[in-house]
Design a protein around this ligand. Structure first.
Ligand code: KG4
Ligand code: ZN
Length: 337
């Protein structure tokens, strides 16, 4: 049978990534993280686009070498069109367009948020969710509950009205003096702490909506108050603070998922996006199989945070449908699912 090789390129935020997949199987998935942002407490767009420009050629070359695929074997190039930081998106978009033109092969534009979800269809040893399923997409920029009817029919049932859940992790971490991105560090320290040490209030937002800005403010005021009483409060209680913040966030997410199941009667539940790397949300989702009778789908760790394999698998699915991009396609900072 025919071998379809897709090169995926991801440059929407602060990771430059390239991946080669063959008929849905990942041959390589190279990611260059940008260290430059850690001391600023967040991604600096200007520095991100410059780092993408520096990294894109070596990262693509490495992805081809690791996959043992020559660029002349490629069937199509898939790239992230949006959503994301414009200066970052432009680097991947321009590079993908030029390479597709040079190789005279189809160009495929990919929606980053769809790709996080479609990472579930990478052919590996995890099972893919059957349609229809509910996906909780949680990242640094988005928090959405999506009803997925087929690979390309997705409907957002609810989303955040302010901060994304990744921001809640990262901004709380910043308050605790941890470097960016703080989400993985909160996860790490939380493992050794008491999740019920400090109660934080959950937001009151209706239906399937989320709100995380209040939690961030709650953490800030709580820490400021405690530091006045004990200047070493953070140092002495870091594990408990992290565990309590993480516990509150995971409760908020699980509450909304339960609402979504009630509303749709769909019990196939998937998670996707950078925050789905979080060990507590992964544990809670797994427990929901036993407690609520859900079938749950948790992506492999390496396909949760931004990566090009998810762009390549989306490109592959679009390639099978012959859904190609026009050669005048442009990057879009705001792009709906
Ligand atoms: O999907 P992603 O890589 O980039 C965006 O599209 O935003 O998500 C990045 C977000 C960051 O906020 C990061 O702190 C968070 O995912 N994150 C985590 C963990 N790993 C990454 N948050 C909590 N626990 C983790 N283990
Ligand atoms: Zn992402």
């Amino acid at each position: 049978s025919e071998q379809i090789y897709i090169l995926g390129i991801e440059s929407s935020c602060d990771d430059t990534s390239a991946s080669v997949i063959c008929n849905g199987k990942v041959l390589s998935n190279v990611i260059a993280n940008q260290e430059v942002h850690s001391k600023y407490g967040g991604v600096v767009p200007e520095l991100a686009s410059r780092a993408h420009q520096q990294n894109i050629v070596p990262v693509v070359q490495q992805a081809l070498v690791q996959a043992k695929v020559d660029k002349k074997q490629l069937s199509a190039i898939a790239f992230t069109k949006g959503p994301g930081l414009m200066g970052s998106l432009l680097v991947g978009t321009s590079f993908a367009k030029s390479l597709a033109m040079g190789l005279q092969i189809p160009l495929i534009d990919v929606n980053h948020m769809q790709a996080h979800i479609l990472a579930h269809f990478i052919e590996d040893d995890t099972k893919a969710p059957p349609f229809p399923f509910i996906c909780l997409t949680i990242s640094g920029g988005h928090t959405q509950i999506v009803k997925v009817t087929n690979h390309f029919k997705m409907e957002v049932l609810g989303e955040t009205i302010d901060d994304a859940v990744g921001e809640a992790f990262d901004k709380s971490a910043k308050i605790l003096g941890l470097p960016y991105p703080g989400g993985p560090l909160i996860d790490k320290y939380a493992k050794l702490g008491n999740p019920k040490a400090y109660p934080f209030t959950k937001p009151k937002v209706g239906d399937l909506q989320f709100s995380f800005s209040g939690l961030k403010t709650g953490v800030l005021y709580f820490i400021q108050k405690q530091l006045k009483l004990n200047p070493n409060f953070i140092k002495e209680n870091l594990n408990d603070i992290c565990a309590s913040i993480q516990y509150t966030i995971v409760e908020i997410l699980m509450d909304k998922l339960k609402n979504a199941v009630k509303q749709t009667n769909i019990k196939h539940i998937a998670i996707a996006g950078g925050v789905s790397a979080n060990s507590e949300i992964r544990n809670h989702l797994q427990l929901a199989e036993k407690h609520f009778g859900w079938s749950t789908y948790i992506p492999k760790f390496e396909y949760t945070t931004d990566n090009a394999a998810m762009i390549a698998i989306t490109g592959y699915l679009k390639y099978l449908n012959k859904t190609y991009a026009d050669n005048s396609v442009t990057a879009k900072a705001r792009l709906k699912v």
